[in-house]
Ligand binder design. Structure first.
Ligand SMILES: [Zn+2]
Length: 283
C-alpha cells in the first residue's frame, strides 16, 4: 500500500557513528570525526523530536559540522563506511534495510527495497548522514525520485515511515474510466478528521513518488488477470454477483491495507454498475 509504517530503529545514533568511523586511518580526520560525535548525537535527538512533532522543516540546512568536519567528509562516512559491503557500519545498514516488512518499499508500497533513502538529504544535512532515524529503506526508484528536495513548510514534507501513521483511514481512492479500453484512475481524497497539514502531506507524498502512474499500470495488469474470472461469473449468474465478488475482494484487501492500490481498485470496480455489467470487457 501506499506509505507503510515501520518501527523506529532503536540503534543509538552516536554508537552507529562511532562504529562507522572506527577504522579511519588518517589521524587528523579521525580526531576531527571523533570530536563531532556529540554533535551528531544532538542532531539525531533534534531530528527525532521534530519527527514526533511533524516539523522536519524546522531543521536548518548546513554544510559542515561545527566548522570541524565538512559535508564531503560526512558523505564519505556514509558511502564508504556504512553503505559499502565489509565496512564497520554495514551491519547497521543491513539492519535498517531489512526493517521493511516483506522487503516492500514503504514509500511506494509496491517495489522491493534495494537501498536506504536519506529522508533529509545528506548533502544538506551532513550531521544526519548516518543517523538511523533519517535512513529509510526504499526502492531505487523512490530513492531517485525524491533526490535532494528539502521541505520548507509542513505541507512540503513527504511522509516518514517511522513517524507518520496514515493507515487508519482510507485516503487512496480509484474510479473506473468507462471507455475503451476500460481503465482505472487513482486519486487522493482528504480525510475529514485529519488536519489540513497531514492531508497536504499525503498529497505531496503521492505526487513526489509518482504513485498515480505506478498504480495505473499495476491496475491494468490486475484487470487483465481477473477478466476471464469476471466473465465466468457474469455468464453463470449476474452483474450483481460480479459486484459481490468484487466487494468481497475489496473487503479482504482493505483488512490487509486501507490504502493499497488494490483496495482502492476493488472498491471502484464494485461501485461501478457499467463495469459490473460487462464494462470490464471493454478492451
Ligand atoms: Zn518505492
Amino acid at each position: 500500500m501506499t506509505m507503510r509504517v515501520i518501527k523506529k530503529p532503536d540503534d543509538d545514533p552516536k554508537d552507529v557513528f562511532l562504529t562507522c568511523i572506527s577504522r579511519v586511518k588518517n589521524v587528523n580526520l579521525k580526531n576531527r570525526l571523533n570530536s563531532v560525535a556529540e554533535n551528531v548525537n544532538e542532531a539525531a535527538e533534534e531530528f527525532d523530536q521534530n519527527g514526533i512533532d511533524k516539523s522536519f522543516y524546522h531543521l536548518d540546512e548546513h554544510d559542515n559540522i561545527a566548522g570541524i568536519v565538512t559535508k564531503n567528509e560526512m558523505e564519505k562516512v556514509y558511502t564508504n563506511r556504512m553503505a559499502k559491503t565489509g565496512t564497520p557500519g554495514r551491519p547497521f545498514y543491513e539492519k535498517l534495510k531489512s526493517s521493511a516488512p516483506h522487503a516492500i518499499c514503504p514509500l511506494c508500497g509496491h517495489r522491493t527495497v534495494s537501498t536506504l533513502d536519506h529522508y533529509l538529504p545528506k548533502a544538506h544535512f551532513p550531521s544526519l548522514a548516518v543517523v538511523p532515524f533519517n535512513l529509510v529503506p526504499a526502492c531505487s526508484d523512490c530513492n531517485k525520485l525524491k533526490l535532494s528536495v528539502v521541505p520548507k513548510t509542513t505541507e512540503e514534507q513527504t511522509l516518514h515511515p517511522y513517524y507518520d501513521d496514515v493507515t487508519a483511514d482510507q485516503w487512496l481512492f480509484a474510479e473506473v474510466i468507462e471507455d475503451v479500453p476500460v481503465s482505472i484512475r487513482f486519486f487522493v481524497k482528504e480525510v475529514e478528521d485529519w488536519s489540513d497539514a497531514l492531508n497536504s502531506r499525503i498529497k505531496t507524498h503521492y505526487e513526489t513518488y509518482g504513485l498515480s502512474s505506478l498504480y495505473i499500470s499495476q491496475a491494468g495488469t490486475e484487470l487483465a488477470n481477473i477478466r476471464s474470472q469476471l466473465n465466468n461469473i457474469l455468464e453463470k449468474s449476474s452483474a450483481k454477483n460480479v459486484r459481490e465478488h468484487l466487494l468481497e475482494g475489496f473487503q479482504s484487501r482493505k483488512i490487509n491495507h486501507n490504502n493499497a492500490w488494490q483496495t482502492a481498485m476493488y472498491r471502484a470496480m464494485a461501485d461501478n454498475e457499467w463495469f459490473c455489467k460487462g464494462g470490464f470487457n471493454a478492451i
